[in-house]
Ligand binder design. Structure first.
Ligand code: SF4
Length: 329
């Protein structure tokens, strides 16, 4: 269950396209999503499903060839897409921060960790250096780093896991209301991943910060999220509390994602990879975008786009056949 019923971020009818030489690529397709204050919402999907594009749009970080075709992104009632440059400066990092994909390379190699903290604070706050370093030390301790040593280090003097924790501490420095973590564990080994997730759970508990956690790995999402939203071809196809999505998935794609999780102890030959490839976002299949890969496909699936419909408390699914499929099993 979300920690509160207050909506902090509300995305409505968001459509984002890119102009590429081959045509128009629709990365986000009439998407609706609410994020509740204090929750961790995991956005899960294969690469190219639109997760990162949507995350960047929440901060209005747009590529020159990116076009917002429709929609609004309301943060505490204010439309981010209509914010002026000055408003955006106030909003980014102070209200909403992001740990980018590939964060391990995002530290400047010629700056010490302390300089990163001071530069970030100076760009947005009127804190003294001492104040910034005091806050930075507390955050580094929160992410289980020896602050005194780490503040003096350059990025090449830190391991991958340490760099990732420094970047997480930087994202929290200005005490934002919402932190977006874009595939924060994908470059980490399995043990460091586990540790990083444990640490995020502690931060969530202690700081009550709202998080959007983006990942292609639904098993990692299950370890941190309160709710999971599954994305496919720019749309949310299922959303609900983590236990429901993980143990009682309704959408065939969510079921397929869960069946494709490798188990450390299980028989690898029993793994069921999802057949076929993700759809071409320039020429997506008609109707349900998943229909060429779906084992339950019927003629209606290629004729009509299924709507995301409410199917229970905090539960929505976009599939014409979700009732029959889940009775059959
Ligand atoms: Fe499968 Fe049809 Fe449901 Fe799409 S709408 S997921 S093709 S059953």
């Amino acid at each position: 269950m979300p920690a509160s019923r207050n909506i902090i971020l509300s995305i409505r009818d968001l459509t984002i396209e890119f102009k590429i030489p081959r045509g128009i690529l629709r990365a986000v397709d009439h998407l609706n999503l609410d994020v509740y204050e204090g929750e961790c919402l995991a956005l899960v999907g294969e690469s190219g499903s639109g997760k990162s594009v949507m995350a960047h749009a929440i901060l209005k970080l747009l590529d020159p060839n990116e076009i917002i075709r429709s929609g609004s992104i309301l943060f505490k009632g204010r439309d981010v897409l209509k914010m002026s440059k000055k408003e955006l400066r106030e909003y980014r990092w102070k209200k909403v921060s992001i740990v980018f994909q590939g964060a391990l390379t995002s530290l400047n190699p010629v700056l010490r960790v302390a300089d990163h903290m001071i530069d970030t604070a100076e760009a947005h706050e009127k804190w003294s250096k001492e104040e910034t370093l005091r806050k930075a030390s507390q955050l580094l301790q929160l992410v289980h780093l020896d602050s005194e040593t780490v503040l003096k280090r350059y990025s090449h003097e830190l391991s991958g896991g340490m760099k990732q924790r420094v970047v997480a501490a930087l994202a929290l420095l200005l005490e934002p209301d919402l932190v977006i973590l874009d595939e924060p564990t994908s470059a980490l080994d399995m043990l460091t991943q586990k540790f990083f997730i444990k640490m995020l759970n502690e931060i969530k508990e202690k700081r009550k910060v709202t998080m959007i956690f983006i990942t292609h790995d639904i098993s990692i999402a299950a370890e941190i999220a309160d709710r999971i939203a599954v994305m496919y071809a720019g749309k949310i196809i299922e959303i609900g509390p983590v236990e429901d999505i993980f143990y009682r998935p309704l959408h065939p794609y969510t079921k397929a994602l869960i069946n494709s999780i490798p188990s450390i102890y299980g028989d690898i030959s029993k793994l069921k990879p999802i057949p076929g490839n993700p759809p071409d976002p320039v020429n997506p299949p008609p109707g349900c975008r998943f229909h060429p890969r779906c084992p339950y496909v019927k003629p209606i699936c290629s004729e009509k786009i299924p709507k995301l419909e409410k199917v229970g408390v905090d539960r929505m699914v976009a599939c014409h056949r979700w009732r029959e499929i889940n009775i059959e099993q």
